[in-house]
Write a protein that binds this ligand. Structure first.
Ligand code: COA
Length: 200
């Protein structure tokens, strides 16, 4: 699924729009460099990383923003159990510094949320600034009784329901439930194994 986005106020993007498409194995090096530049080397110690360690992203829910053949944005979603309720955790979301404030982040978010809804997922949770994520419907309204496996600021644990009521009664620890990398690699066979491990 590929979507092409234009923002009328962005002159550079008028002539060269960006596309949001499914992440490819060939995006991995650029994605990792973008995440290093956006979050620094400490990014692997962040609490939400505990929900991604050794796991595959949810099927069909890893996206790249591409501008003139270059990866300039990334977002992925991951299976979790939110106090026994199946949900997705979104992150990391990052856009290359030179391409920010042009709508790339919003396009990635809207595309990812629409794709998650189309696949029947009920809710998306993330740790981030309400000042940015409220525009996509995220709030702390349904996360007050949830916890992450590590330190986090209560006001930054946000969620949006894709199915009304999906997070009613959500209570307890958010834990990873996605396919483990090794299991996915074995299923994929030798040829795809290297790509899967690179893509994690
Ligand atoms: C957050 C991020 C993904 C937004 O990408 P983007 O392509 O610039 O997003 P958009 O163009 O859709 O929106 C930009 C707007 O959001 C605002 N914004 C960005 N981060 C924000 C934040 N943390 N809180 C509030 N507003 C924020 C910008 O100021 C900008 O406002 P403007 O339109 O009035 O200029 C990007 O700034 C980024 O990669 N930051 C570093 C990594 C990061 O912090 N990721 C999010 C983790 S919580």
């Amino acid at each position: 699924m590929t979507a092409v986005w234009k923002k009328t106020t962005a002159l550079t993007f008028e002539t060269a729009p960006f596309a949001i498409r499914a992440e490819r194995a060939s995006d991995v090096a650029a994605r990792e460099a973008l995440l290093d530049a956006s979050f620094g080397e400490g990014r692997h110690a962040r609490t939400c990383q505990r929900l991604r360690d050794g796991r595959m992203p949810a099927e069909g829910l890893a996206f790249s923003a591409v501008h003139q053949g270059r990866v300039v944005g990334t977002v992925r979603l991951w299976h979790v159990s939110a106090g026994a309720i199946p949900a997705l955790v979104l992150g990391p979301l990052a856009v290359e510094a030179s391409c920010r404030s042009l709508g790339v982040g919003a396009a990635l978010m809207n595309h990812a949320l629409a794709a998650a809804k189309a696949r029947g997922h009920g809710a998306v949770i993330l740790r981030g600034d309400a000042g940015y994520y409220a525009r996509f419907g995220f709030s702390a309204a349904k996360t007050g009784e949830l916890a992450l496996p590590g330190p986090f600021e209560r006001e930054r644990l946000l969620a949006v329901e894709l199915r009304p009521g999906a997070l009613d009664e959500a209570f307890g620890m958010i834990v990873a439930t996605g396919d483990k990398l090794r299991r996915a690699a074995v299923r994929a066979g030798a040829k795809a194994r290297k790509l899967l491990i690179q893509a994690a």
